[in-house]
Design a protein around this ligand. Structure first.
Ligand SMILES: C[S@@+](CC[C@H](N)C(=O)[O-])C[C@H]1O[C@@H](n2cnc3c(N)ncnc32)[C@H](O)[C@@H]1O
Length: 389
């Protein structure tokens, strides 16, 4: 029985082949009444095929409506034809968004560029890496450094590593905000700070494999008007690394200077507030990273969510327990490693603190090297590693 026929407008067709019970049929009719026929239309073919013609959908409202109706008819979502339908809608990866609704057809029309490839060639993408000449031959990281926490200044420690031996660097350097780290200074003059940081990053680039990645979590100091994330990005770009992208780590940190408004209710100098931090991602020599497919551990749902580069992750809550003022939350490291590295890859954190990067690397079956200048932080990092089987 056809409930409605799609005429005129273009729709995306979704089919579910499953026995449709009488109550479900009623529910489908009810849903059809609650949504505009410009947005969606149902068709039932026999009693075991449901077709949805979809153009626009407020997915939250759709799910709520389905749940309410199922509840009304005392049915369970799990074994319903509607649960399969919702999964199918949610598995559609490409759609536009307007006013909180998903747009399933013609959402990219005005963005279509004709002869896209030749235009890209003409523009010359990643022009800033043109004179880069990285050695392509990769090396093994020496056994004495594998799965180790090394105490010392990274600048010196990394000097004993061969070139091209690390798959991925994931790190968060001190931000120079004046935090009370165990042994290192945090709050020197900015010029000295960046010189020190760049010297260590220079070593990171050297030890990184061709095709390897560097991910740096860095927060600007807005009150000093120092855009550290841009300066660090400029540094890597000047060294001919490819800028892969930027992840906004939304921490929902509303503690940030609640009452500092700059010029209150005046355009003279309002103070901008940020509840997020940045992760800048760079590649050495190539955007593609070699690895065996059997070493991929990211699943479809994770991939689909995480490539949208705004990650809502709460700040680490156990900093007091571990006695460190600026730890990564494990979830941040988990996402970064699963999205940008393979199992068994070698992960380096040259500012390893109490070892969140190395801990998560171990949990995810990566090899790791963590370096920190503080003996105490290294001791805690080792202890955390021992607690993982
Ligand atoms: C932001 S914290 C990193 C915290 C880490 N992500 C965690 O989850 O524990 C920066 C760390 O860099 C360390 N550090 C500062 N200068 C260093 C250097 N030159 N070499 C090695 N570590 C250094 C500090 O001791 C501090 O633990």
């Amino acid at each position: 029985m056809a409930i409605l026929e799609p005429l005129g407008n273009k729709f995306r067709k979704i089919e579910v082949v499953k026995q449709i019970r009488a109550e479900e049929l009623e529910i489908i009719k009810e849903i059809g009444k609650k949504f505009s026929t410009d947005a969606l239309l149902f068709e039932i073919d026999g009693n075991s095929k449901l077709i949805l013609y979809l153009r626009v959908l407020d997915i939250r409202k759709f799910k709520e409506t389905v749940n309410d109706l199922l509840h009304h008819y005392d049915l369970n979502l799990e074994d319903s034809v509607l649960s399969t339908l919702i999964s199918k809608i949610e598995s559609i990866g490409s759609y536009g968004i307007k006013g909180g609704k998903r747009i399933f057809v013609d959402y990219n029309i005005e963005r279509k560029v004709s002869q896209r490839k030749s235009k890209i060639r003409q523009r010359g993408s990643i022009f800033y890496t043109e004179e880069g000449s990285f050695l392509r031959k990769n090396n093994n990281v020496p056994d004495q450094f594998v799965n180790r926490i090394l105490q010392g200044n990274s600048l010196n420690v990394l000097k004993s590593f061969p070139s091209n031996c690390i798959d991925i660097v994931l790190t968060s350097p001190p931000y120079n905000f004046g935090l009370g780290y165990d042994t290192s200074e945090d709050g020197v003059d900015w010029k000295r700070y960046f010189e020190g940081l760049y010297a260590i990053f220079e070593e990171c680039i050297r030890v990184l494999k061709f095709g390897g990645r560097i991910i740096v979590n860095i927060q600007p100091l807005f009150s000093d008007y120092i855009p550290s994330h841009h300066l660090v990005s400029n540094f890597f770009i000047s060294r001919k690394l490819i800028w892969k992208g930027e992840i906004m780590w939304e921490k929902h940190n509303y503690n940030c200077k609640y009452t500092a408004w700059g010029s209150w209710k005046s355009p003279s100098s309002p103070y901008l507030k940020y509840t997020w931090e940045f992760l800048e991602i760079f590649c050495k020599g190539s955007l593609g990273k070699e690895g065996s497919t059997k070493n991929i551990d990211i699943i479809g749902d994770e991939f689909k969510k995480w490539v949208y580069a705004k990650w809502d992750i709460s700040p680490e809550r156990q900093m007091k327990k571990y006695g460190h003022p600026a730890m990564f939350p494990e979830e941040l490291v988990r996402r970064a490693l699963k999205l940008f590295s393979y199992k068994n890859d070698v992960v380096l954190d040259p500012f390893n603190g109490v070892g969140t990067t190395t801990l998560v690397a171990k949990k995810l079956g990566r090899r790791y090297v963590g370096i920190d200048v503080s003996e105490e932080y290294c001791r805690i990092a080792k202890k955390r590693l021992m607690e993982v089987l």
